[in-house]
Design a protein around this ligand. Structure first.
Ligand code: 9D3
Length: 244
C-alpha cells in the first residue's frame, strides 16, 4: 500500500476480517508513506501540471521510490492504482484479484498521477464507481475488504461467499432473526414452519421479486432460468387477476 495518508490505514488493518487475513499471512499491513520518499527539505510530493490547468499532479519520483521500498517486501507484486479512470470494481474483479499472488495498491491524491509513473509501474487501474473521491485511500480499503473476504479461511463460513449477492445475479432474500414479532411485524410464517423445501422455495421466489423491485438492471443482464420464468408467470397471472 502506497499512500500520502498512512494513518488512515492504522485502524483498518486492526479489525475483524482484515486483521484475520493479516494474521493468516495473506495480507501484509505495509503502508509506505509516499512523503517519506520525497526528496528535499519540504518533501514535496506534488507539482503544477505541465501545460497549465487547475490542481496539482503527483510527482513520479516519490511514487517510484516508495514503490521500490514496497517491492523489497513483495518483489513480484502486481501494482494496482486506484483512480477515477480505472476499470470499474465489481464482484467479478474482486474474484479475479483474489487469485493474484501479490497485490500492491497505490493511492493517488490531487488531480492525478504523472502518466509516466503509470506507464512504467502500474499494471491495473481500478475505480470504485462513478463518483468523485478526494483520493484513492477509501478505494483501496474497498478493494482490500472485498478481496480479503474471498481468501479461503478468512470468513468463518465458506458458504457465505458461495451465494454472495450478485454472484448469481440476484439480490438476496430477506433476513429475519428473533424476536418473532418486532414493532407489531411478524416474521414470515414459512420461516418458522421447519419445512426446508418450502423455505428454499420462498427464498428463491422472494429473491427474484426483490431483484425485480430493487435492481431490475441485474435481470436485464442475465437470462431467466426455468424456475424463475415460472415464478414470474405466476406473478403475472396474479397481477392480471387483480386488474380484472
Ligand atoms: C475533474 C477531474 N477529476 C476526475 C474525475 C479529477 C480527480 C478527482 C478526484 C482526480 C482524482 C480524484 C481522486 N480520486 C481517486 O483517487 C479515486 C477514485 C474516485 O475519485 N472515484 C472512484 N474511484 C476512485 S479510486 C481512486
Amino acid at each position: 500500500m502506497l499512500t500520502l495518508f498512512p494513518e488512515l490505514f492504522d485502524p483498518f488493518w486492526n479489525h475483524g476480517m482484515i486483521r484475520r487475513a493479516v494474521q493468516m499471512g495473506r495480507l501484509i499491513p505495509l503502508t509506505v508513506p509516499i512523503r517519506d520518499h520525497a526528496r528535499g527539505r519540504h518533501q514535496v510530493t506534488d507539482d503544477r501540471p505541465y501545460g497549465g490547468g487547475a490542481g496539482m499532479v503527483m510527482k513520479p519520483e516519490p511514487l517510484a521510490a516508495a514503490l521500490a521500498r514496497a517491492r523489497s517486501e513483495m518483489a513480484a507484486a502486481t501494482t494496482v492504482l486506484l483512480s477515477p479512470q480505472g476499470r470499474p470494481f465489481n464482484q467479478e474483479l474482486a474474484q479475479s484479484l483474489v487469485s493474484v499472488p501479490e497485490l500492491l495498491l497505490v493511492c493517488g491524491r490531487y488531480e492525478g498521477v504523472d502518466e509516466r509513473f503509470i506507464d512504467r509501474h502500474v499494471d491495473l487501474e481500478v475505480s470504485i464507481g462513478d463518483f468523485v473521491l478526494t483520493g484513492g485511500e477509501l478505494g483501496a480499503m474497498v478493494v482490500i475488504d472485498a478481496v480479503a473476504r474471498l481468501i479461503p479461511g478468512v470468513l468463518g463460513n465458506p458458504d457465505s461467499t458461495a451465494c454472495d449477492t450478485f454472484s448469481d445475479g440476484l439480490v438476496e432474500h430477506a433476513h429475519y432473526t428473533r424476536p418473532p414479532v418486532f414493532e407489531g411485524r411478524a416474521v414470515p410464517e414459512v420461516l418458522l414452519s421447519g419445512d426446508h423445501r418450502a423455505i428454499d422455495r420462498w427464498r428463491r421466489e422472494t429473491a427474484l421479486m426483490r431483484t425485480v423491485l430493487k435492481r431490475p438492471d441485474l435481470l436485464a443482464e442475465r437470462d431467466l432460468g426455468p424456475e424463475e420464468r415460472t415464478i414470474l408467470e405466476q406473478w403475472r397471472r396474479n397481477m392480471e387477476r387483480l386488474l380484472e
